[in-house]
Write a protein that binds this ligand. Structure first.
Ligand SMILES: Nc1ncnc2c1ncn2[C@@H]1O[C@H](COP(=O)(O)OP(=O)(O)OP(=O)(O)O)[C@@H](O)[C@H]1O
Ligand SMILES: [Mg+2]
Length: 237
């Protein structure tokens, strides 16, 4: 099993959209995928077409056996677990992420976690094969946050794989070009590519779907395929 924890370095970086699109691209390449919503906004399932009236998820269950009843499968075969409308503690988030290792799934399963941006990644008990991706946008706030984050990381020993990934990259912006070039040349842990800003991602969300199904020849879908291929090269599977 390959666990991937995706988290925005700040709110609104596009983390949830990436989890949903990545899940579908991986599934298309015949990989078994489970997408799990750890964020109490509970919006991951929007991309998988779950009806609005379905507000329940793992946070509503009293035990892990109860959690099992809340898994769904979308039309592409992606298995997903909604968050639900309870407010669990940070300890509960970690417990769920660990309990999911007990799921009876093929060894080659990819488990993608949509993590809330306000909960530090050190809240989770991570294994050395786990991959953590912190999503950033090329702006001055992330510029400051990324340096703070690296300072903090310097003082801790982490066995897991950790990367920063740029999303919503606007190639027409000189500031974004300069920041991306600077980060690539000076910072460790940067993924060597970016996901472009593409309206297709917003449009496919409006259709309660993903870029692969709504615009398979889009820049967005190409970017998610690049991400999936790159992740496969980092995976322990
Ligand atoms: N590459 C992109 N290009 C254009 N729009 C994008 C891109 N990625 C995400 N978006 C849009 O940005 C908005 C926020 O995305 P999303 O909800 O995935 O962010 P988030 O980081 O999960 O936010 P939160 O911190 O609130 O959980 C959505 O409208 C989404 O469609
Ligand atoms: Mg989100």
């Amino acid at each position: 099993m390959q666990r991937v924890f995706l988290k925005g370095l700040k709110g609104g970086t596009g983390c949830t959209a990436i989890v949903a699109n990545l899940a579908c691209v991986l599934k298309k390449s015949a990989v078994h995928v489970i997408a799990i919503d750890l964020d109490s906004k509970s919006d991951l399932c929007l991309h998988f077409g779950l009806p609005w009236k379905n507000t329940q998820g793992w946070s509503n269950a009293n035990s892990f056996e109860g959690v099992l009843k809340h898994f769904h499968q979308d039309n592409d075969g992606v298995i997903f677990l909604p968050h639900g409308d309870n407010t669990p503690s940070n300890l509960d988030l970690n417990k769920l992420a660990n309990n999911c290792k007990k799921l009876d799934t093929p060894d080659t399963t990819w488990m993608l976690f949509d993590c809330p941006s306000h909960v530090d990644i050190n809240n989770y008990t991570l294994d050395e094969d786990d991959i953590v991706i912190e999503i950033v946008n090329c702006d001055s706030i992330c510029h400051s946050l990324i340096y703070k984050r690296l300072q903090k990381l310097k003082n801790t020993t982490n066995a897991w794989h950790h990367f920063f990934l740029v999303n919503k990259y606007n190639s027409a912006s000189v500031l974004e070009f300069d920041l991306f070039s600077l980060w690539q040349s000076t910072l460790p842990l940067m993924a060597p590519f970016f996901i472009n800003h593409d309206e297709v991602i917003k449009e496919s969300t409006a259709y309660r779907n993903v870029a692969l199904n709504c615009a398979p020849y889009s820049v967005a879908n190409d970017d998610f395929e690049t991400l999936a291929g790159w992740l496969a090269s980092k995976a322990a599977l």
